[in-house]
Design a protein around this ligand. Structure first.
Ligand SMILES: *Cc1c(COP(=O)(O)O)cnc(C)c1O
Length: 363
């Protein structure tokens, strides 16, 4: 008999129902963690037996190459309580696939997608009591991989650690959905052609923080990234993809910047392109310049703008600012197309409508 790929050891410090309930009554995002986590080491050219065990600190050699040269990637997806009492994850296979695309870009080993899925299912099953029940709430899953080789030479590490843990997440907008104000950055870029913009790697976020701080100094919530070469084309907002809504000859058209290699291919983005068509809108991926954004707001053709990603689902954009101009979008209010798409996605995730695209994975 071969050993199981994951050895399960229950935590000896599982929180009592009362303590867990107290923690879950005041959920924000990313501060509370469940009882268990998964770790799978990679060495000698292969993934070794992994463990599902008590959540806790990792031990790393100070020479571990991730601490120096930054081979680190991550993912994010969610599990949702279903009306029948079960739990389902949203498109985890897509995250497993993107995880491997990120791994390849950083010269890291692939993790078999079925092992990624097995790890997630095992963790969620063990920590099922941590899946929040209310609409808008979820269990956020955070897979990551780091280079652990204790070696100071610059080359791909020979040893890695896959880690997966989970965090119950409250409604991203506890006071209700509210549009954000964005700063269109001309001073900083997120990703350049040939770079790592398509990969979900830690370094992309490290490099974005100073731009985010500048956006806040300008009185904005988030930064909007432009292409690195011409600084004209709109790419993304912070860690989210962007959508622009048009009303043209009685038709509703939703447009998102096309994937050029410098945008992160969001799974929410991809899902919303399908849902938009389900709702009877036209959906297209194309390049969009800042000048076009200004012109289309001025002419009234562009009626709404929103950002999307796993964590916040959909965030309306109410104001866009840059050096020398400011755009007001839909009078700074939530728009009807934005909210219809948001409701449609949440209904599938929470199992209150048919999952016609087979996006949900039962645990
Ligand atoms: C993760 C991420 C997104 C959104 O991707 P989803 O799969 O929808 O969560 C968008 N942009 C960046 C830069 C990201 O890192």
């Amino acid at each position: 008999m071969t050993a199981p790929r994951l050895r399960i050891t229950s935590s000896t410090a599982i929180l009592s129902d009362a303590v867990r309930a107290a923690q879950m009554s005041t959920l924000s995002f990313g501060r509370t963690f469940t009882d268990h986590m998964v770790t799978i080491p990679y060495r000698d050219g292969a993934w070794q037996q992994g463990e599902v065990k008590a959540y806790g600190p990792l031990s790393l050699d100070p020479a571990a190459s991730v601490l120096h040269y930054g081979q680190a990637i991550f993912e994010g997806f969610k599990a949702f309580a279903q009306p029948d009492g079960g739990v389902k994850t949203f498109r985890p296979e897509a995250n497993a696939e993107r995880f491997n695309r990120s791994a390849r870009r950083l010269a890291m080993p692939d993790l078999p997608p079925d092992l990624f899925m097995e790890a997630a299912d095992a963790l969620i099953k063990l920590d099922q009591a941590w899946v929040p029940k209310n609409i808008g709430e979820s269990l956020y899953l955070r897979p990551l991989m780091i280079a652990t080789d204790p070696f100071l030479g610059v080359r791909p590490s020979h040893e890695y650690l896959f880690v997966l843990f989970a965090s119950p997440a409250g409604a991203y907008f506890p006071q209700g959905v509210k549009p954000v104000t964005v700063w269109i950055s001309e001073d900083y870029v997120r990703a350049a052609p040939g770079g790592t913009g398509e990969a979900k790697c830690a370094g992309n976020y490290a490099a974005s923080l100073v731009a985010q701080a500048q956006a806040q100094e300008k009185g904005c919530d988030q930064v909007v990234w432009l292409d690195a070469v011409e600084r004209r084309y709109i790419e993304e907002m912070g860690g989210m993809n962007l959508f622009f809504v048009y009303q043209e000859d009685g038709k509703t058209v939703v447009v998102t910047p096309e994937l050029t290699g410098t945008l992160l291919p969001g799974i929410t983005r991809r899902s919303l392109l399908d849902l938009a068509r389900d709702l009877g809108y036209e959906a297209s991926e194309r390049k969009l310049t800042v000048q076009q954004w200004r012109d289309d707001i001025a002419s009234g053709r562009m009626t709404e703008v929103f950002a999307c990603g796993t964590a916040a689902v959909i965030t309306p954009v109410g104001v866009a600012k840059a050096n020398g101009f400011e755009l007001s979008i839909n009078n700074g209010q939530n728009g009807p197309v934005t909210m219809a798409l948001r409701d449609a996605l949440l209904a599938i995730q929470h199992g209150t409508t048919a999952d016609r695209h087979n996006w949900m994975h039962a645990i």
